[in-house]
Design a binder for this molecule. Sequence first.
Ligand code: SAM
Length: 267
Amino acid sequence: THFGFRTVRTEEKQGLVRDVFDSVAARYDLMNDLMSGGVHRIWKNALIDWVNPQPGQALLDVAGGTGDIAFRFLDRARHIGAVRRAERRDMGEDVDEPPPNTAEAAVTVCDINVEMLKVGRDRATDQGRLSGLTWACGNAESLPFPDRTFDHYTIAFGLRNVTNIDLALAEARRVLKPGGRFFCLEFSKVVVPGLDAAYDLYSFKVLPRMGQIVARNREAYQYLAESIRKFPPQDRLVEMMEEAGLRQSKYRNLSGGIACIHSGWRI
Ligand code: SAM
């Protein structure tokens, strides 16, 4: 039963989002590569570059779906740990080799959709990732974690799907440690003249066709194009982050604004 208009709307959007990702979960990774021509990998690497993972850090990756950000974070932190150990060994220090698969950093992947989490967990197993990962089912608007828990918060191609962005931003700030940093990678407003028209054509004509053929779900990819158009543009999202209590909020456009990374600190 619904008690008010607002509740109904919220549940409708969340139900729709759940259906979309339920139906595409199995083919989600393939679709990402097809739709973006593999460019989503470059964008995700750009996010990780900016996050700058370090051994020992705790990341919360919200809307983490199939684990793309989590795996990159752990690999980078592990690589940096290995480089540091090698340097210390070169200096003549006695450095213990950590057991294989020890992440030395910890990522909690939180997603509202169990099917997406299952795909992520299976991928982790297939890749021999045995440590450093926790999978949690939860909503970005009411995170099931205590205050001041994480060094970083990331949300990649997820904030657009959240019903109440202000709530999600407030929750992000709440679970970050003081000195922790928020990052959002999301489709944004194209800032290059000419590119915007081509991009509209692509997202409203080509993309739904591809969704129909590859994922057998035209609606899901139509929803994608519409949700991108509705998402707050770069400067507005900066304002919303500041209103949620994040500080020094800024952004970097990727591929002419097709995607964008926002960053802000909990001070
Ligand atoms: N971060 C992954 C990536 O970059 O490949 C997955 C992005 S996928 C486009 C969006 C994800 O957001 C889906 O897995 C979906 O289940 C999740 N999601 C949607 N609404 C959510 C919410 N309110 N809270 C948490 N996750 C949500």
